[in-house]
Write a protein that binds this ligand. Structure first.
Ligand SMILES: NC(=O)CC[C@H](N)C(=O)O
Length: 224
């Protein structure tokens, strides 16, 4: 598989993402610096990792969304390549308008760092076929700007179209309707605040994250 992990200045989960992708996909991902203007050809999967790109200056993800490589990522996303944005990666995807809504400061103004119980709301996306609809999974969260906001019309549309993929079982950060992860209209761009790359090995305390990467891998095999 031909995969890429993007690094922005201030990314700090890129190495964990590389390990997860390598482990599950079975080959070393390309590591791409945000100033690059081209991506490796024929990518099967692109991951935007967590961290504090540009120190979360202005708004988390706002500056990274204007990095040169983002033009290419938008192009690949529009071609249907699966793109996963985790935590800061989700913030970047929202700021780049690849996903609707915004990630605001957590409602209680505090950084939250713990395992989160999530309900899988849609097990029919290329990121979630390894789960069952309604299943509860455990994936860690670690953020201070995870409070998902969108207007009611957008939220209703997301819910109606099955684009709310993960929902927190317990209030976590003030997110509207406890939304933890959403996909774009095409179903190939997933943004989520919880960190699946931190749950790929039993030593992490759980392997539910591995099942997300394995789902992507399987969806690629199906379309090959
Ligand atoms: N782990 C992360 O990616 C942190 C994301 C982000 N910058 C925040 O704290 O909200």
């Amino acid at each position: 598989m031909n995969t890429a992990v993007i690094t922005f200045p201030g990314s700090n989960c890129d190495r964990d993402m590389v390990v997860a992708v390598r482990d599950v996909f079975g080959s070393q991902p390309h590591q791409v610096w945000h100033r690059e203007t081209t991506l490796p050809e024929r990518l099967d999967f692109i991951a935007l990792p967590g961290g504090f790109s540009y120190g979360d200056y202005l708004r988390a993800g706002a500056m990274a969304a204007n990095s040169p490589i983002m033009r290419e990522i938008v192009r690949e996303a529009e071609r249907g390549v699966p793109v996963l944005g985790v935590c800061n990666g989700f913030q970047v995807l929202a700021e780049a308008r690849l996903l609707p809504g915004a990630l605001m400061r957590n409602a209680n103004q505090r950084f939250v760092c713990r395992d989160a119980a999530l309900r899988v709301e849609n097990a029919d996306t290329r990121f979630t076929t390894g789960f069952s609809k309604g299943e509860t999974i455990t994936i860690p969260v670690a953020h201070h700007d995870g409070n998902y906001f969108a207007d009611e019309t957008t939220l209703d549309r997301l819910e109606g179209d099955g684009r709310v993929v993960f929902r927190y079982l317990h209030a976590t950060n003030g997110s509207r309707r406890d939304i933890a992860g959403i996909v774009n209209d095409g179903g190939n761009v997933l943004g989520m605040m919880p960190h699946p790359e931190r749950a790929i090995d039993a030593a992490h305390g759980g392997t539910d994250g591995r099942r997300l990467f394995a789902s992507v891998m399987e969806s690629l095999a199906d379309t090959a």
